[in-house]
Design a protein around this ligand. Structure first.
Ligand SMILES: [Ca+2]
Length: 329
């Protein structure tokens, strides 16, 4: 009997270790799960809502998910944490499910936010434009088909101090820090995303291949984000649609190598080392606009030249005929 109990204990320990390994996530066991920023089933909601979370627009809650938008046109919905984050280094992991009836046409996608503003609906995947903070955008519809276009669904990170607008026509290429293709839509298994911000480094990882392991999507150094911003999620549909569901959210406070910094972390302005490059990219578009103007001028001059030339030739022919006729009288 003792041996059986020992065997059982060993089996349980081995199972727990294997389970931990198979579901190894980027946050460490020593990192602290913060319930006030997390959304875990059962949500514990009532008619008054779910503790620590606000719902805006088309968002609805069931026992199994928080649906930002249903699979119908022209919806905007958001889910916002009510408590500002008071620690500098963190990781947010969330389970999501993007699905719908569309086989070739679907959209537009959803985004995870860490921003100063909250609860404001708008055109950037359901959130306001010119936001202040971080956006991780899971874009399912390719609006842009020009040079350097991307295969969709595409995940990208954008840092904003409120000065940049998101350009849907370019799928945000001109303002993205980095990104990756990710086939996360219409999966019949669980799909996850993790955003880690530690020691000014931003890392985004996905678990969307049913392998129970994280795969790095993007990693950017020298990203500056303050404390006291809010976590949130938003989604939008337009002519195209999808269900955009958030199933769970876990936020971990990470060990911070920055704890001895003698600065007020809440006063940091959102920025990244590649911020100037974004501006250059925006500036770099100006010559193409100038080039278009020059082309239009050239075409106009050419057309006017043709018309003047035709009139001149026409007048000469007419004049020649008139003179010829005169000679007969
Ligand atoms: Ca798009």
């Amino acid at each position: 009997m003792k041996i059986n109990a020992l065997n059982l204990f060993c089996l349980v320990v081995i199972f727990l270790c294997l389970n931990r390994l198979s579901t190894q996530q980027t946050a460490d066991l020593n990192d602290l799960l913060r319930r006030e920023h997390s959304l875990i089933k059962p949500y514990g909601g009532s008619s008054a809502g779910i503790p620590f979370w606000d719902f805006v627009g088309s968002t609805i809650v069931s026992n199994k998910f928080v649906r930002l938008t249903a699979d119908s046109q022209s919806l905007q919905g958001a889910l916002w944490n009510t408590i500002p984050v008071d620690f500098t280094d963190w990781e947010i992991q969330f389970q999501f499910h993007v699905h719908g009836h569309g086989k070739d046409l679907f959209g537009d996608g959803f985004a995870m936010w860490y921003t100063k503003e909250r609860n404001v609906l708008g055109p950037v995947f359901g959130n306001k434009d010119h936001f202040t903070g971080l956006g991780i955008i899971l874009d399912t519809y390719a609006n842009y088909n020009g040079p350097n276009n991307r295969v969709h669904p595409y995940i990208s990170a954008m840092i904003n101090n409120g000065s940049l607008g998101y350009d849907h026509e370019k799928d945000g290429i001109n303002t993205a820090l980095a990104g990756c293709e990710s086939m996360f839509r219409n999966k019949d298994y669980d799909t996850f995303l993790a955003v880690r911000y530690q020691n000014y480094k931003l890392t985004v990882s996905t678990d969307v291949d049913n392998k129970n392991q994280w795969k790095e999507c993007l990693s950017v150094e020298n990203v500056k984000l303050p404390t006291r911003y809010y976590f949130g999620f938003s989604a939008a549909t337009g002519d195209l649609s999808d269900n955009h569901d958030i199933i769970s959210v876990k936020v971990y406070r990470l060990e911070s190598p920055r704890k001895n910094e003698q600065i007020d972390h809440s006063l940091i302005e959102p920025s990244s080392a590649s911020f100037p490059e974004q501006k250059e990219l925006v500036d770099a578009e100006r010559p193409s606009t100038a080039w278009r103007v020059i082309k239009i001028m050239f075409i106009s001059v050419f057309v006017i030249g043709l018309v003047v030339g035709a009139l001149y030739v026409g007048y000469n022919i007419y004049d020649k005929q008139r003179r010829t006729k005169k000679r007969f009288y």
